[in-house]
Every structure is written in C-alpha cells, then in structure tokens.
Design a protein around this ligand. Structure first.
Ligand code: NAP
Length: 453
C-alpha cells in the first residue's frame, strides 16, 4: 500500500496508462473515488456492490481496485479545517486517470458559511449547525465540482439520456429518446468572468465597452458577464463528440448553438465545428447540405451525418422528433439547460448518469445533488451513480460488464422493485431501500429472460 499523503494506493491494483491518445487498462485498475456528501455514502455503497458484481460476473481475473480520495465533507474530516478539495485528490485523479464521485454540497447563496452535513447556509460560524447539530461547517467556497472540471481540464460534460422501460415520464413516446449530449465544460459561462453591478470594476468595463468599443448597453446599472468561446475549446469538444459517434456507430452529430444572435461566440462554435469535421473527418462525415445536394437525402452507408440546429429549436425538436437526434455537441450554457430538460423528459434526474472527460482523465458522477434531507436513510435512488459507473466500465473498454449493469437496472425497474422516487409514481410497485435496490439490480443480472441491454 503506497501512501500519497492521506490517500492510500492499494498494492493489489495497477495504474491505468495513457499511450498514443488511448487508455491502457490493466486487469486490476486502481480507480479513485469519493462517495460525496449527504446521501453520497448510501449511493456509493449500492453502486460499488453493483459495479463489483458486474465485473465479477462478466470476467474471470478482472476487478476494479477502489482507492478512496477525499473531497467535501470527508476532506474536512481528513485534512486541515476548511480544505474541501485537497491537492492530493486532484493529483490522484490526474495520475490514476479514471475516477468516480458522488454529489457534493455547493453553496448557492451569499451566506458566509455552509454546513457540509445538511447544506445549511449560515451568516456566522457557530460551534454546531443550528439545523442538524453538525460540527462540519466551513467558509463559503466555489463549487468543488466546477473546480475539479477546470483544474483537471475535463472539457466535455457527457450525458447519455435514454428511457428505461417502466420509468414514469411525461411524454407519449419516451422510447424514441436515446441521445448523448457533449457539453463544453470550461468556457462560456463556466469561465466565470462577471462584474457585479455597482463595483468600480464593473463601471470600468461598462466605460470601456460603451466609450472605447462603441457598444450600446441599455442601462449603466447593469451587471456584466463575458462569454468567451474559443476555437481551441470548440474544436476539441466537437472532435470528442464526432469520435464518440463514429466509435459507437451513431447516425448523426448535431451542433447546437444560438448563432443567429451571438455570431462570434455561438455562431463561431458552429463554424469551428464544421471546420474541424472537414479537416479531421472529411472521408467519414457528410454534412446535411451535402446530404441533399449530393446524396438525394439518403445518408451513404457507413457515414456520419453532421448537422446543426439553433438552441431554442433543439428544445422543440427533442420533444417532437427525438429519434432524429443521436449525439449533440453544445456550448456550456445551452448544454446545461438541454441536459436537464432531456433527462426530465425520460423520467427525471434520479437515474441520469454523467461524466466529465478530458484528454486522458475522466471522472464519472451522479448528476443530481446531495439530497441532504435523505442522508443516511438508505432511501434514495442510486441509479444515476450506478449508470455513471456503467459509463466508467464502457470507458475502460469493459463493455460486457457495462451491459450487465444496464441489464440489471432495467430488470429491477421492470420487476417494479424500485426506490421511493419511482415507487410513488408506479402502479403496484414495491418500495426498496437504496441498498435493497442495489441487491435487486445484481440479482437481475442473472435473470434468464433478460431485457436486451
Ligand atoms: P438535490 O440534492 O438534487 O435534491 C433535490 C430533490 O431531487 C430531492 O429532494 C429529491 O426529490 C430529488 N433527488 C435528488 N437525488 C435523488 C436521488 N438519488 N433519488 C431520488 N430522488 C432524488 O438538489 P438540491 O436539494 O437543490 O441540492 C442539495 C445540495 O446538492 C446543494 O448543496 C447543491 O448545490 C448540491 N448539488 C450538487 C451537485 C453535484 O455534486 N453534482 C448537483 C446538484 C446539486 P424529492 O424530495 O421530491 O423526492
């Protein structure tokens, strides 16, 4: 067992390597993880059970070797007071390359302190939290999730959105929905360049824009945000989306943008996307214009269709004709809205998985928050973290194990043995605890009449 500060690297696992732009995965890869705050530990226990079982059932001689790293509440407990994202955690994700995480408390208001047990936001630092009596109170901090993405340059937020038979949802034909969203993760609004109304900095920016640059800003009492979108950031995101679509034999990639209004950011995102496709994937991609001009509207076999849509129209399209979309590449803010709207369309965020991926480093994560009111009640749905784990297995190239996870989850839902959130919306369902749901998924992996994964 090698010790990296407070992190103990297990001696029975090996590091994943990165050679010539590809992961080289041993049979016993060390996977850094942290369960997260609030309901995170409950979710993690069930997820670990399912992932370990899937690997054991799929392969002889392979296993995931878990290495706990610390962030959020557990970091406060292991490191100096007020450290919510230790450098060692960042270093471990960078060095071991593929990790998984539970949800973390993120303060949202203007309060000065936050309780990491119950997410209460507090004006003063009391000895104990007035809401839950926890001693784990720390000064307000920026989102650890965003810091992880930025510091590790995890530039693509990847969200596969699909419906599982039996999951209650608000649309008539949810089975038509099977879309993977690649959302840019480091620029646009995530660059965080904002100036608060009334401050000297904001005044300076206002003066510069109106007087030096000749721009019209309707009111001088505006807060001002800057939205950078770069050619570099766009090209690497679109490259990843196209490569994913080709690797997974998907029929199309759609570049989503608001280029009719924001020509030099959103519009440029579209143009740079086409430019990249032209330069690097010319022989494999057909644009929508070429489809009609050269191929009579019929996509030649083995080719990928590249199209683009205005963001607001995309929301309509995903509701009305989702089966015409397969992979989306979006800038940061549009992708944020689209990902959650899409997940809601097929039954909510409770089971929507996600990943943040860069070149050679990836972290898989539950997409919902810490749901602190259910912490330690063994009650919430671990589906999001479990399916994120299935994405992790797929990322390692362990497709058989990933398929078993999906088969188990589908089976448990179809058998109507589900956690409270699904049970309350399903006729005749049996309510299970988080841990029981994990066990039900494992049992369904062996079902004789499997649902196709
Ligand atoms: P939340 O934790 O996502 O919970 C909101 C509601 O969603 C819950 O009350 C519950 O609804 C439902 N829910 C969430 N997770 C569920 C699960 N696994 N199974 C079943 N239902 C689930 O959102 P929040 O209360 O706004 O945020 C709490 C904390 O999490 C905040 O500090 C926030 O900043 C943070 N957060 C973190 C992440 C992340 O780490 N990626 C993401 C979002 C929010 P019902 O009560 O109706 O059943």
């Amino acid at each position: 067992m090698a010790q990296h500060g407070k992190i103990a690297a297990p001696a029975d696992g090996k590091k994943i390597d990165w050679r010539a732009g590809k992961l080289v995965v041993p049979d016993n890869p060390i996977i850094p993880f942290f369960p997260g705050d609030g309901t995170g530990p409950d979710l993690w226990r069930a997820s670990k059970l399912v992932l370990d079982a899937a690997v054991a059932k799929a392969y002889r001689g392979r296993r995931l070797v878990w290495m706990e790293v610390f962030a959020g509440l557990t970091a406060l407990k292991h490191y100096d007071k007020d450290t919510v994202l230790p450098q060692e955690t960042l270093d471990a994700f960078r060095e071991f390359r593929v990790g998984i995480k539970g949800p973390l408390t993120t303060p949202v208001g203007q309060f000065k302190f936050v309780c990491l047990e119950c997410a209460a936001e507090l004006p003063e630092r009391p000895e104990r939290c007035p809401k839950c009596s926890s001693e784990w109170i720390t000064p307000r901090f920026r989102s650890v999730n965003v810091a992880l993405r930025q510091k590790l340059d995890l530039y693509a937020c990847v969200r596969p959105v699909r419906w599982f038979d039996g999951v209650p949802c608000p649309v008539k034909a949810p089975e038509k929905f099977n879309i993977v969203i690649f959302r840019e993760n480091t620029e646009d609004i995530y660059a965080g360049v904002e100036f608060e109304q009334g401050t000297p900095e904001c005044r300076k920016v206002y003066e510069f824009l109106t007087k030096t640059m000749g721009k019209h800003i309707p009111f001088p009492d505006s807060g001002i945000g800057i939205k950078p979108i770069s050619r570099t950031g766009t090209r690497r995101l679109v490259r990843m989306a196209i490569q994913y679509a080709l690797d997974h034999k998907k029929p199309s990639v759609t570049i989503v943008h608001k280029g009719n209004i924001q020509k030099f950011t959103e519009g440029a995102f579209r143009d740079w996307g086409y430019e990249l496709a032209e330069e690097e994937f010319r022989d494999r991609v057909v644009t929508e214009r070429e489809l009609w001009e050269r191929h009579g509207g019929k996509l030649p076999a083995g080719k990928l269709l590249l199209k683009d849509r205005i963001a607001d129209q995309t929301f309509q399209q995903l509701l009305l004709r989702p089966d015409e979309y397969s992979v989306l590449a979006t800038p940061n803010l549009n992708g944020d809205y689209l990902s959650d709207a899409a997940a809601a369309q097929v039954g909510g965020l409770g089971i929507a998985p996600g990943a943040n991926i860069g070149d050679g480093v990836a972290i898989f994560e539950a997409t919902h928050g810490t749901a602190p009111k259910y912490a330690n009640k063994d009650m919430v749905n671990p589906g999001s973290l479990i399916l994120s784990g299935a994405m992790l297995l797929e990322h390692l190239g362990w497709q058989e194990a990933a398929d078993l996870v999906v088969k188990g989850l589908k089976g448990a839902i179809q058998a109507k043995t589900v956690t409270y959130d699904l049970e309350r919306q399903m006729q005749g369902a049996k309510k299970l605890k988080t841990s029981e749901f994990g066990a039900a998924i494992v049992a369904q992996m062996d079902a004789k009449s499997p649902v196709a994964a």
